[in-house]
Design a protein around this ligand. Structure first.
Ligand SMILES: *[C@@H]1O[C@H](CO)[C@@H](O)[C@H](O)[C@H]1NC(C)=O
Ligand SMILES: *[C@@H]1O[C@H](CO)[C@@H](O)[C@H](O)[C@H]1NC(C)=O
Ligand SMILES: *[C@@H]1O[C@H](CO)[C@@H](O)[C@H](O)[C@H]1NC(C)=O
Ligand SMILES: *[C@@H]1O[C@H](CO)[C@@H](O)[C@H](O)[C@H]1NC(C)=O
Length: 194
């Protein structure tokens, strides 16, 4: 009897150890699931990815009593030929036609900053916040490099109908007033979204 006891005790220790390590495994699996869980895209209403094209005009108005873009940081030096370091914040109307009085479909909200010391180039960081039709309340997020000419900005994401969006925006200057700095820019945006 006295000889058996130590053997039983060691078996019980092994059983306890196994139970403990199993429960530890379950707990850590449950913790990982709570943090990140694989989902079925179909059950998440993500059926088929589609490609959409958007065409509109962007109005960057610096002049007058109601400018839509305002410089908030001046260039770092007065000698920079590219205005390096300057930052402007915009709330630029997006319209269906080149005329500002044509139908407004949203705003381009964000900033542009002079980010090149040699040749002129802007960093564009903006959201196209749509306010018309089924896209009302949805937005596209754009981050890109603007060296002038026909420029291409990546669409890096979106909200609402544009969740999981990716694509690109092509921008060309439609008109530019050298005196006032006001610009009308034509946009063609191609987006994959659900
Ligand atoms: C740039 O010029 C303006 C006006 O002459 C002056 O007030 C400002 O201090 C200058 N800024 C720098 C960074 O030199
Ligand atoms: C823009 O529309 C307004 C109002 O319809 C009109 O008076 C103006 O001439 C138009 N401007 C251009 C450049 O077409
Ligand atoms: C867009 O949505 C906002 C907020 O729901 C609403 O107030 C506005 O009337 C809508 N605009 C259009 C054109 O449907
Ligand atoms: C350009 O801007 C100036 C200054 O705001 C204005 O007087 C002029 O009419 C504008 N030119 C055109 C073509 O809109």
């Amino acid at each position: 009897m006295a000889r058996i006891l130590p053997a039983m005790a060691s078996q019980m220790i092994i059983v306890f150890f196994l139970l403990y390590s199993f429960s530890a495994t379950f707990v850590s699996a449950a913790e990982e699931q709570g943090f990140g869980t694989p989902l079925d895209p179909k059950q998440h209403k993500l059926k088929k990815e589609k490609l959409s094209h958007f065409h509109f005009f962007f109005h960057d108005i610096l002049s007058g009593r109601n400018p839509t873009a305002i410089q908030v940081v001046p260039p770092a030096t007065n000698t920079s030929k590219t205005g390096f370091g300057s930052v402007a914040i915009m709330d630029d109307p997006l319209t269906v036609g080149p005329n500002l009085s044509s139908k407004t479909i949203g705003k381009a909200q964000g900033l542009y900053a002079s980010a090149s010391q040699e040749a002129f180039s802007l960093l564009m960081v903006m959201n196209f916040a749509f306010t018309e039709g089924k896209y009302n309340g949805s937005s596209l997020s754009i981050v890109g490099r603007n060296p002038g000419g026909t420029r291409e900005f990546p669409v890096v994401g979106g909200s609402g109908l544009f969740r999981f969006a990716r694509g690109y925006a092509l921008a060309t200057t439609h008109s530019f007033n050298l005196t006032s700095g006001d610009a009308v820019v034509e946009y063609n945006v191609y987006v994959f979204h659900y």
